[in-house]
Design a protein around this ligand. Structure first.
Ligand code: UDP
Length: 482
């Protein structure tokens, strides 16, 4: 129940259905309409995808009515209740599956009880991870080796052990549940989810082999998981309508946005977006504005800062900023048609919070990135981009933080300007751009007929097709032996 998980899940269901598997997506009432147009367009192409709804018990657990998505969690105190509500979905899901009788259940990593639910029906449960093999490998190493334990300060580097590359992090860049080593609802959820992953049938990952070959091998051989790589799933969105209406209604007119980009030369616009959940303080937004202006780059900047009322002054914006930036910078307040923007030839760089979907979408668009991780596994993903693939420049973010107070500035305007300038005109700029183009080609080839993700998807579907005949055969053979 977060855009970063629902969007790729829906794309994945579309891929299954396009490959002849009947897919049904289970959603809650306020999230389902976000995808109804996408599903309708698939059905116009003759591709059947069902949607079933389960009521989300927000009020029952003390959340406000309508709080059904992580974007509606506005304070740390709300999180435990949100997880409680997710747990309450177990019984209605069991009842629904009893009725629907699917052959297989694919459920997000953060729904640990899904393996048990599938087990009751005797069907395989697949785990869907909304992140990279790289991040999963880093997490596994941190979890088992705890290399941060004897480090003196939050800013001192340590090496993440037993990985294919030398990856350095600081304790300050780790999630607070790892750093503090206290048991809370997040640690309990992750522990349960990891256990449930180990007893599941296997794992589906939105990534492609050529992007992180050493880590997909590490995940399978060293960590011992059975996995299929079927991404980038966003590539199933081919026309502009699909790209523009993905996971939410855009806050900008699609044509207006395209005309603005059409008026720019290729590779001259920086796209700045920090995903669906993160929010910056007023003071930090002000620094970004000043930093972008000083960089003299053209930009599209997505700002998620609700006004309390129509007349409220936007105090995050430097005086006269929008006027000065007219024709040079486009500000989208709310939700941007991200795929549409990234895939436009005018866009030549992406400032991102390193959410996995955004990174993959940036890669498939072939643009180098300015990385600005904030929380979740974003600091690990940053290392993949800057240190392993070498297609990005870090803005210098040092501190993992899910919540921010309104005066906090963690990255100064000079650092924003410096990173943007390095991305477009630094010593490595051209090399980064050409490496990014190589990954773009690889990503596109991976999902084409005969490509690595195409083959993995087909192998997965084929294995499931054989699952039932094979199970019947084994049971029959066992019966004979008895
Ligand atoms: N997204 C979008 N418009 C926005 C913000 C986000 O289309 O204004 C999409 C983006 O393309 C991606 C997803 O929302 O598919 C965000 O997922 P990601 O993993 O990048 O970050 P999260 O939101 O989970 O932090």
């Amino acid at each position: 129940m977060a855009h970063g998980h629902m969007i790729p899940t829906v794309d994945m269901a579309r891929l299954f259905s396009r490959n002849g598997v009947k897919s049904t997506i289970i959603m809650t009432p306020l999230n389902a309409p976000l995808f109804s147009k996408t599903i309708e367009r698939e059905s116009q192409l003759g591709i059947e995808i069902g949607i079933r709804q389960i009521k989300f018990p927000s009020v029952e657990v003390g959340l406000p009515e309508g709080c059904e998505n992580v974007t509606s969690i506005t304070s740390p105190e709300m999180s435990p209740n949100f997880y409680k509500a997710i747990d309450l979905l177990q019984q209605p899901l069991e009842q629904l599956l009893e009725k629907e009788r699917p052959d297989c259940l694919v459920a997000d990593f953060f729904i640990p009880w899904a393996t048990e639910v599938a087990g009751k029906l005797g069907i395989p449960r697949l785990v869907f991870h909304g992140t990279s093999f790289f991040a999963l490998s880093v997490y596994d190493s941190l979890f088992h080796q705890k290399p941060y334990k004897n480090i003196k300060s939050d800013s001192e580097d340590f090496i993440v052990p037993n990985l294919p590359d030398v990856i350095k992090l600081t304790r300050g860049q780790l999630p607070d549940h790892i750093r503090e080593e206290t048991e809370n609802n997040v640690t309990k959820l992750i522990e349960k989810s990891l256990k449930s992953e180990l007893t599941s049938y296997g794992v589906i990952v939105n990534s492609f082999h050529e992007l992180e070959p050493a880590y997909s091998e590490h995940y399978r051989k060293v960590m011992g998981r059975k996995a299929w790589q079927i991404g980038p799933v966003s590539l199933c969105n081919r026309d502009n309508e699909d790209k523009a209406q993905r996971g939410n209604k855009a806050s900008v007119d699609e044509q207006e946005c395209l005309s603005w980009l059409d008026s720019k030369k290729p590779n001259t616009v920086l796209y700045v977006c920090f995903g669906s959940v993160s929010r910056f303080s007023t003071a930090q937004l002000f620094e970004i504005a000043m930093g972008l202006e000083a960089s003299a780059q053209q930009f599209v900047w997505v700002v998620r800062k609700e006004k309390r009322n129509e007349d409220e002054e936007e105090d995050w914006m430097p005086k006269g900023f929008e006027k000065r930036m007219a024709g040079k910078g486009l500000i989208i307040r709310g939700w941007a048609p991200q795929l549409l923007i990234l895939d436009h030839e005018a866009v030549g760089g992406f400032m991102t919070h390193c959410g996995w979907n955004s990174l993959l979408e940036g890669m498939t668009a072939g643009v180098p990135m300015v990385t600005w991780p904030l929380f979740a596994e974003q600091f690990y993903n940053e290392k993949l981009v800057t240190d392993v693939l070498r297609i990005g420049v870090g803005v210098g973010a040092q501190e993992w933080s899910r919540w921010t107070d309104d005066n906090k500035v963690s990255v100064k305007k000079e650092d924003v300007t410096k990173a943007v300038t390095q991305l477009v005109a630094g010593e490595e700029a051209e090399k980064m751009r050409s490496r990014a183009k190589v990954f773009q080609d690889m990503a596109r080839r991976a999902v084409e007929e005969g490509g690595s993700s195409y083959s993995d998807l087909n192998a997965f579907i084929e294995e499931l097709r054989l699952f039932w005949p094979l199970l019947c055969f084994v049971l029959f053979a066992l019966a004979l032996c008895l």
